[in-house]
Ligand binder design. Structure first.
Ligand code: ATP
Ligand code: MG
Length: 431
């Protein structure tokens, strides 16, 4: 049972004891409850969503019904939390499409809709980070970039190099890169870049020259991505507290053979953040025991991933998959939240579905997708999930919300964005 502490609003994603203790503090304004039938239904009380505790949230729905939009609404709410809470949280958005930078720009295009809701256009303070070698791509498109980042070469394991190049143990280059990386780490520690790896391959005595040349070609190509360097960006400079950090990897979207790069970025970020949070969680608990406040330098992290099926597919190996599953399974303890959006829940690894505690679904019509989300089968539904989808208004921004914390289902309309939606009119900005 959810308790309703106010007639005006309801909080989802929060347990009864947290509701009693904190009320609606540390929540974000997500939308309003739909209280009548039809295509332009009456909207009722405001729905707020818990942002203070870790969650695993899945947003799904058909193409163009509002997944990315809903993500942006959630992200906007982090920037509007009380500053003390903001300081404890870092938001990381993995942007594969290149649409979230426009959070910085107030929504001047749809002011009438905002007015209807009693809201005003506003910008959201976000920091756009791009891989160092892709800066010119963003400059040409007029996308405002705040900083660039690189990955430290020695942080990649042999297996990760293989994943980056889409190699397996059956490929001689795969075997070679793993051995070379091991040898380099022994000889040089953590201070080497792609040039040193190429040199090590060149002087290798065991591999044949065709394999060596093939690997060197791949390494040279990797150099042109401008992502992997001797010294990388520190994870704490990426996951800054009180900041919305948008990791825009859309420059790698079109290029064939570059799928591995996005996966490596997510896998390494996810891995490092997990390790750091585990360490700091201990420090925070120790502080609490000493009677001090539960704080440390490393904030809680919320990672947003749009088009998540790219990283967590059920039918193919992905180096990011294991890391993200770990986040979903045990991330709540160290304070790691995941918000994933996908058009095709059916294509997502099923373990992820079973771990999510908040499920926000825009319109779905494909049978396999509805079946896939049927795995959630909460006991608090009184009819088939498919039936709820049939009854949903056809417009954009409507969503079914399943909340395991309060064990309730809601039909809501997501509020309009404060910021400009680059998803619709991205071309208008290049002039
Ligand atoms: N809550 C909402 N209020 C008003 N308009 C909305 C809302 N949600 C979505 N829209 C409209 O629908 C459009 C498409 O939404 P969005 O880009 O989020 O779709 P999507 O589900 O991410 O699609 P895709 O699968 O193609 O990525 C938006 O550009 C916006 O115009
Ligand atoms: Mg989208």
């Amino acid at each position: 049972m959810a308790i309703e502490f106010s007639k005006e609003e309801t909080v989802i994603g929060r347990t009864l004891s947290d509701l009693e203790k904190y009320g609606s503090e540390g929540t974000g304004y997500l939308g309003k409850v739909v209280i009548s039938k039809g295509e332009r239904p009456v909207l009722g009380r405001r729905i707020r969503i818990d942002l203070a505790r870790p969650h695993v949230i899945l947003i799904c729905g058909k193409r163009g019904y509002g997944k990315s939009y809903t993500m942006a609404v959630l992200i906007e709410e982090f920037a509007r939390l009380p500053i003390a809470l903001q300081n404890r949280i870092s938001v990381i958005v993995i942007d594969t499409v290149g649409i979230f930078w426009s959070l910085k720009i107030p929504n001047k295009f749809n002011t009438s809709l905002l007015e209807e809701w009693g809201l005003k256009p506003q910008s959201t303070n976000a920091r756009v980070l791009v891989p160092k070698g892709t800066l010119s791509f963003y400059q040409e498109k007029g996308i405002p970039v705040d900083a660039s980042f690189t990955i430290k070469a020695s942080e990649l394991t042999g297996v990760e190099w293989m994943a980056l190049f889409r190699l397996t143990w059956k490929d001689p280059e795969g075997v070679l890169i793993t051995r070379i990386i091991e040898e380099l780490k022994e000889k040089m520690g953590t201070y080497f870049g792609i040039d040193e790896i190429i040199k090590a391959v060149e002087v290798d005595k065991e591999a044949d020259s065709v394999t060596k040349q093939a690997l060197i070609n791949r390494l040279r190509a990797a150099k042109t991505w401008g992502l992997i360097e001797k010294t990388g960006t520190r994870i704490r400079d990426i996951a800054r507290p009180a900041t919305i950090n948008i990791i825009d990897v859309s420059a790698y979207r079109q290029a064939i053979g570059m799928e591995g790069i996005r996966e490596i970025i997510v896998a390494l970020l996810g891995k490092k953040l997990f390790e750091e949070r585990m360490l700091y969680r201990k420090e925070e608990e120790a502080n609490l025991i000493k009677g001090e406040r539960r704080v440390s330098e490393m904030p809680l992290v919320w990672m947003f991933i749009d088009e998540a099926h790219m990283f967590m597919p059920k039918d193919r190996e992905s180096i990011a998959l294991q890391v993200l599953l770990e986040w979903a399974r045990v991330g709540r303890q160290p304070g790691l939240s995941l918000v994933l959006a996908t058009q095709r829940p059916e294509k997502l690894h099923p373990d992820f579905l079973s771990q999510c505690d908040l499920f926000i679904s825009h319109r779905l019509t494909a049978g396999p997708d509805i079946e896939a989300v049927g795995i959630l089968k909460p006991s608090y539904l009184y009819q088939d999930l498919a039936k709820y989808y049939e009854d949903m208004p056809r417009g954009k921004g409507y969503a079914l919300v399943l909340d395991d914390n309060s064990e309730k289902l809601w039909l809501i309309k997501v509020r309009p964005r404060f910021s400009w939606d680059a998803g619709v009119t991205a071309t208008a900005f290049t002039v």
